[in-house]
Design a protein around this ligand. Sequence first.
Ligand code: SAH
Ligand code: SF4
Ligand code: F3S
Length: 471
Amino acid sequence: MTETIDLPVETAAEPQNAAPRRKLFIKSYGCQMNAYDAQKMTDLLAPAGFDETQTLDDADLVILNTCHIRERAAEKIFSELGKVREVKDARRAGGLATQVVVAGCVAQAGGGEIVRRQKAVDLVVGPQNYHRLPELLRRAEAMPVIDTEFPVEDKFDFLVTPPRRVTQARGVAAFVTVQEGCDKFCTFCVVPYTRGAEVSRPVEKIVAEVADLAAAGVREITLLGQNVNAYHGEGPDGRVWSLAKLCARLAEVPGIARLRYTTSHPNDMDGDLIAAHRDLPALMPYLHLPVQSGADAILSRMNRKHDRAAYRDIVRRLRDACPDIALSSDFIVGFPGESDADFAATLDLVQEVTFASAFSFKYSPRPGTPGAEMDEQVPEAVKVARLAALQELLDAQRLAFNRSLVGRTLAVLFEKKGRHVGQIAGRSPYLQPVQVEAPEALIGRILPVEITGLASNSLFGRLMPEETQRL
Ligand code: SAH
Ligand code: SF4
Ligand code: F3S
């Protein structure tokens, strides 16, 4: 007769002779996809023996998950690496080893150059290869390793689902990458080179990830992609699904109350997606739709493949479908050849469309992109003046939008403790933080809040009485 003994789970999972756990310090720069990737790296490294630390000095493994979009972002990495090198040297003097990894878009663009420029780096790994981290780290113990080849396998198939308590600790709003890469080749942009060609994840895998998040209490999902509305993933029916169809499917996942998607390209705003803003209550009435410039000549030199009239037309159709929708955008000032009249056309477009919020940047010539080689580069002083003028207008519009909400009742998803004792903080449908006096037990709930006031970057509100809480 065989005897079986059921070991308690904890004993089975943590054998007495397990290797000591090590500490991971990971810092992410740039876009939300990088933030998502950093979480995935953390999840992947947990079973390999790493726990996250917020203190650089403690770290056995340091990962900088980098951004290459503008020169300043890329250069910042090298000054950060200087600091990391000092910590690595100090730890070595104390008999402790530290592995240093450069991941993300600077890694993809810089490759072996990074190791030549900063000797403290042990591993350079591109955004499509980080699923190999445990193995790459072992190899990097002997000598520096560079892995920036675009792999044949799909990294998403190798990623690890974290334990439920880890997801719960990350809060009730989560990101999920559904599409990666870009085929658009705007002449200013490095992303097609650092993230590669457009790839969409299959619907079923996204649904499974969202269902896992929902089971851990997540209520709001932001679908991520460099061109998220170019999504064309394989559906369970074997057909290609659009982003609109994917959103409709995800809205059915029990527990999921809110959906957002970012970043969209105007040319991929198809009729179905516009209609989804009318028909799908879970889709939040807030859209980040970068236009970059309001001048046709500049849009053409940027290779945006649409003109000002096409952008205005999309905005009109969106507002027809969803009168409540608020828009946000990205702008670049001082692209090569931008005249005073071209810049005036950008200001004019902003006046006409009106944005609830926006990001605006001085053009930064990026190595390897066509824009960097163009004639008529705009002098720095002109860029500075144009950026100031544009930001003044955009700030005024943001403030006017926020003011227009005072006195209105908005559905707020409560996410965490507030700034002061007794407060909790949530997000409006328009992504603004809202501070409310309310008990912590309401975190994770979506409740009607009357907006009572404004601070510079957030709103204040009052929870509506129980009988009005029907949202
Ligand atoms: N995929 C997104 C944008 C990715 S980059 C899209 O298609 O809109 C985010 C923003 O950075 C861009 O919208 C653009 O405004 C800005 N940006 C990109 N390259 C830049 C450069 N070389 N100089 C200044 N800003 C840039
Ligand atoms: Fe860059 Fe243009 Fe692609 Fe956006 S659409 S990632 S701006 S190349
Ligand atoms: Fe930066 Fe790469 Fe994102 S360049 S903006 S981290 S895609």
